[in-house]
Ligand binder design. Structure first.
Ligand code: HEC
Ligand code: HEC
Length: 326
């Protein structure tokens, strides 16, 4: 009798476990790997790459897109907040441009939803490129090899629309595949050690993944920064975030959830760069987005997991350029 009950229980437990395993196998991962390839050598991308690195695009001829988005160093400048050409600190921290095309909205407030619209905006921004289009087009046309290169790619040659198109296409090529985490998602589970896997489990179990989701672990939602009280750290200038776009009171202090791809090489963190390192950023997130205080061991495991999100560009794993922006 006892034996029968026990074996019934045993069967029920086994069935439960089997169902749990089946559910796990079927549940779609909330996160997905980056595609392994990106269009890196189509003619407009090659042209966009040249424009991206060309200081002639700015009014004073002194800075290019790459001045603030260096591609040999995480795709951002490593500064707390970006600086104008005359060295004045701007409102926000520079985001990385790697994997930017997988974001649904651009800038910390999500003011635009296409890369083309963003490129037009950044070119005209008086504190960033301050381009005067007619003058700029003239300046570029003065270089025969630009004129030729544009004519080869675009039937109507060197125009504003084509400059914007080439820059935006180049941005779409900035993909960093093959992070260790992506290899893990593709089935190579041994590529993450026990601590890193524990960090990933915590990232899911604590609820980080509810906001940092999808192929970019972010970039597709808006959320208040500081759901559980104001986050710590030295604040930047007052920034109304998404409110500055919508004018809705409920958007005060709301920001786009940033992508966590390559986050280990894009310090400092948050829209105003208030967190100097990942440890501080993760503690702030747990406390102020989730209302939880992490044990040091938990936080360290999450940081280790975040370090597995660093991918490769031009065949090399991204790293912080030691000499850049000390
Ligand atoms: C002075 C430094 C600086 C320069 C130069 C600069 N950027 Fe940026 N970039 C920033 C900052 C800061 C932001 C965030 C702005 C915001 O959120 O309001 C940004 C945001 C972006 C974004 C949005 C990224 C995202 O995920 O939301 C793109 C795309 C971008 N820049 C492309 C460019 C291009 C293309 C150029 C050259 C034409 C350029 N940037 C020049 C500092 C710079
Ligand atoms: C309720 C939504 C939400 C949750 C939950 C959440 N985050 Fe965030 N996360 C955000 C937002 C919004 C930002 C941007 C805040 C800002 O700078 O204004 C952010 C920023 C970050 C950054 C800084 C990225 C950068 O480039 O500056 C890191 C790192 C981060 N989160 C990790 C985590 C971790 C780890 C967890 C879980 C412990 C977590 N987040 C939970 C919404 C969330």
């Amino acid at each position: 009798m006892t034996q029968k009950t026990n074996s019934g229980l045993y069967r029920a437990v086994c069935l439960g476990m089997a169902l749990a395993v089946a559910a796990q196998a079927e549940a779609p991962e909330p996160l997905a790997p980056l595609p392994l390839t990106a269009d890196a050598d189509t003619p407009s991308v090659v042209l966009g790459q040249r424009l991206f690195h060309d200081p002639k695009l700015s009014d004073q001829g002194k800075r290019s897109c790459a001045s603030c988005h260096p591609l040999d160093s995480g795709g951002m400048d490593g500064k707390v907040r970006a600086e104008s050409a005359d060295g004045v600190s701007l409102l926000r921290n520079t985001p990385s441009l790697f994997n930017v095309s997988f974001n649904y909205f651009f800038n910390w407030d999500g003011v635009v939803t296409t890369l083309e619209a963003h490129t037009e905006k950044v070119m005209l921004n008086p504190k960033i490129m301050n381009a005067k289009w007619p003058e700029l087009i003239q300046r570029l046309r003065a270089e025969p090899d630009y004129t030729e290169a544009f004519s080869r790619v675009y039937p109507d040659g060197l125009t504003k629309a084509n400059v914007v198109d080439a820059l935006s296409n180049f941005e779409r090529s900035l993909v960093t595949p093959n992070a260790r985490f992506d290899r893990f998602l593709r089935g190579d589970t041994a590529v993450l050690d026990a601590d890193e896997q524990q960090g990933y489990r915590l990232f899911n179990a604590l609820g980080c993944v509810a906001c940092h989701q999808g192929v970019n672990l972010g970039g597709n939602l808006f959320q208040k920064f500081g759901i559980f009280g104001a986050p710590q750290g030295e604040q930047g200038p007052v920034d109304q975030g998404r409110y500055s776009v919508t004018g809705n009171d409920r958007d005060q202090g709301v920001f786009r959830v940033p992508s966590l791809r390559n986050v280990a090489v894009t310090a400092p963190y948050f829209h105003d760069g208030r967190a100097a390192n990942l440890e501080a950023a993760v503690d702030t997130m747990a406390e102020h987005q989730l209302g939880k205080r992490l044990a040091a061991k938990q936080r360290d495991a999450i940081v280790k997991f975040l370090n597995t999100l660093t991918g490769e560009y031009a065949g090399k794993t991204l790293d912080i350029k030691k000499t850049a922006n000390p």
